[in-house]
Write a protein that binds this ligand. Structure first.
Ligand SMILES: Nc1ncnc2c1ncn2[C@@H]1O[C@H](COP(=O)(O)OP(=O)(O)O)[C@@H](O)[C@H]1O
Ligand SMILES: [Mg+2]
Length: 229
């Protein structure tokens, strides 16, 4: 089987006021199914840019990205969205839940887009929230939940469609250290028990310690040796 993620010489530039920012400078990366990988790096090193490309939210300027064996580098937006919905769950630093919507409805939403019928939707959303330890919070609005609980709702929403890949961009960035540890333990457990491949972006060493493989991004390159440029 090909790796779940295979990047070859991926470059990404942004144009800001006529000045090019070279955010990714030739990324080679393979992630196998079942891995839990942490990508670390200081602010501005290209972590979110890499995450957007891994998540098919953006395309490389050059290089190649194969996801689950399929070359997505030149896909049109519709095909890319379809691949994304089928393959990837996302969690972010700022939970991104729908504010006026209950935990249960938040988790059901991706199943609506996936065309799952109402009863099955409700059943799967309930089961996923119970899995996250939120069986008694299903009717709560995000504002009625703690940060850690909101992130667990976001995790349930990300995983309810059973994607093989979970991408987490600074998922504990807004949480205190104890709650961070709980979320990381949950990611670890989901990785082990369900085999979901996890790519976690963080700039915190303690967070990265939980991963079985760690890579560092510096100035748009992975694992450049220490020392002067
Ligand atoms: N939409 C954008 N437009 C212009 N420059 C951007 C944009 N997004 C990111 N950048 C620049 O690209 C570089 C990498 O940013 P980013 O991927 O957000 O880094 P990180 O997530 O590691 O903090 C930074 O120099 C940033 O300013
Ligand atoms: Mg970022």
């Amino acid at each position: 089987m090909p790796p779940l993620i295979a990047l070859e010489q991926v470059h990404k530039r942004y144009l800001m006021d006529g000045v090019a920012v070279h955010a990714l400078r030739g990324i080679d990366l393979a992630v196998e199914r079942g891995e839990l990988l942490a990508i670390m790096g200081p602010s501005g090193s290209g972590k979110s840019t890499l995450m957007h490309i891994l998540g098919c939210l953006d395309l490389p300027d050059s290089g190649r990205y194969r996801l689950d064996g399929v070359d997505v580098t030149h896909m049109d937006p519709d095909a890319l969205a379809h691949t994304r919905n089928r393959t990837i769950g996302f969690v972010f630093q700022s939970f991104n839940l729908l504010a006026r919507t209950s935990a249960l409805e938040n988790v059901e939403t991706p199943l609506i887009y996936a065309g799952v019928g109402r009863d099955e939707r409700r059943e799967r959303a309930r089961a996923m929230l119970e899995r996250m330890g939120l069986g008694d919070r299903m009717g709560h609005l995000p504002s009625q939940l703690s940060g850690g609980q909101q992130q667990r709702v976001a995790l349930a929403r990300a995983l309810v469609t059973r994607p093989p890949l979970l991408l987490a961009d600074e998922p504990t960035g807004n949480l205190d250290s104890r709650t961070s540890a709980e979320i990381l333990a949950l990611l670890d457990e989901l990785n082990h028990a369900e085999g979901v491949t996890v790519v976690l972006i963080t700039h915190e060493e303690e967070v990265a310690q939980r991963a079985r493989r760690r890579l560092t991004l510096r100035d748009g390159r992975l694992d450049r040796p220490e020392g002067p440029p």
